[in-house]
Design a protein around this ligand. Structure first.
Ligand code: ATP
Length: 335
């Protein structure tokens, strides 16, 4: 394997007596998009700030491009950063905002101009170069922040919840744009998010964190299809956890459980248990049915399409059978 773009080696961060990051080891692969994913307070931002150099690790080493960067100040790390708040300079034009880091680095005016134009084109804002930030929408301002971070040709691009201030539609659109820009530039990107959909859609590699530790790393499909723990499964939307005789603790996604009439018979090999419907929640294209299977509460997602529309509506109290095929049952290690 080639030299990682960056590495955490036994890195910890204490805030007083609380351990925000607990001896993590992580390699950030060159030219890939890695997300740090996890619930609030799990140590994502703290890890990113240590990588950026804004925070000194209490213990361990930060390696960037194969060299020890633990004591290197942020401005010597050549990293681009975009935060949740865009933090544009309000008195500068969009072009001057994008060129700010280039001016600091004494890049000659002609090259500066060319790079500003290139980066603004990349985010689709070339036509707004002379405007001031306040004359731009939130989504456009976030694109300017991205162009500004890319303009310096950073060794690493660090993004801390960059999309969380945008409305839902824009957020989805910007995910694809960041992916496109990353592919075009070949940049190594580290993205912090608490949004599992964002991480699944955008990552080459996902790092799931829990209480200052790394719980699992892998590609989105590896993590999604084979969560390493109940915590990861729960975080990724696996809502059903069951103890199966001879199988131990397993988890099944609501969309992988199916309902059949109470008197039907099924293939052995998967799950097939009697249950009673306890509630039905309408959610547009699907319905979430809660059922009770001998004391175990299960959530079943029933997708409504032209085929299932004709099925009789189920009501609380109706007896059913809950089934799942063997391939959709994910075994978990005991916690
Ligand atoms: P969020 O998604 O809410 O930003 P996070 O995963 O990024 O969460 P961190 O911000 O890294 O988490 O915080 C990790 C832990 O360290 C939390 O328990 C937090 O309360 C604590 N913490 C963070 N910054 C400080 C600080 N400056 N002083 C004391 N404790 C802090």
């Amino acid at each position: 394997m080639s030299t990682p773009a960056a590495e955490f080696v036994n890195v910890s961060q204490n805030y007083g007596s609380s351990l925000a990051v607990d001896s993590i080891n992580l390699q950030i692969e060159e030219g890939k998009l890695t997300t740090l994913l996890g619930p609030s307070g799990c140590g994502k931002t703290t890890s990113l700030r240590m990588l950026a150099g804004y925070l000194q690790p209490t213990a361990g080493q930060i390696i960037i491009g194969g060299s020890d960067a633990t004591r290197l100040p942020p401005e010597k790390r050549n990293l681009g950063m975009v935060f949740q708040s865009y933090a544009l300079f309000p008195h500068l034009s969009i072009a001057d905002n994008v060129g700010y880091g280039l001016k600091l680095r004494k890049v000659p005016a002609a090259e500066r101009k060319a790079r500003i134009a290139e980066c603004l084109d990349m985010v689709g804002l070339g036509h707004l170069a002379s405007r001031k930030p306040k004359a731009l929408s939130g989504g456009q301002q976030q694109r300017v922040a991205l162009a500004r971070a890319i303009a310096i040709r950073p060794r690493l691009l660090l993004l801390d919840e960059p999309l969380s201030n945008l409305d839902a539609r824009l957020r989805v659109q910007m995910r694809a744009e960041i992916r496109r820009i990353q592919a075009e530039t070949g940049l190594t990107v580290v993205l912090v998010t608490h949004d599992q959909d964002e991480a699944l859609e955008m990552s080459d590699s996902m790092v799931v964190m829990r209480a200052g530790k790394i719980e699992q790393t892998g590609s989105p499909s590896e993590v999604f299809t084979a969560p390493a723990s109940r915590f990861v499964a729960d975080f990724l939307g696996y809502e059903n956890f069951l103890e199966l005789p001879g199988r131990g603790l397993v988890t099944i996604r609501p969309e992988h459980l199916h309902l059949a009439s109470a008197d039907s018979v099924h293939d052995a090999g998967g799950l097939d248990v009697p249950a009673v419907v306890t509630s039905v929640a309408y959610r547009g294209t699907d319905e979430i049915l809660t059922v009770d299977a001998a004391g175990t509460v299960l959530k079943v997602s029933v997708h409504r399409n032209s085929q299932t529309a004709a099925l009789p509506a189920l009501r609380p109290g109706d007896p059913v059978r809950v089934t799942a095929s063997g391939g959709d049952i994910v075994a978990l290690p005991a916690d």
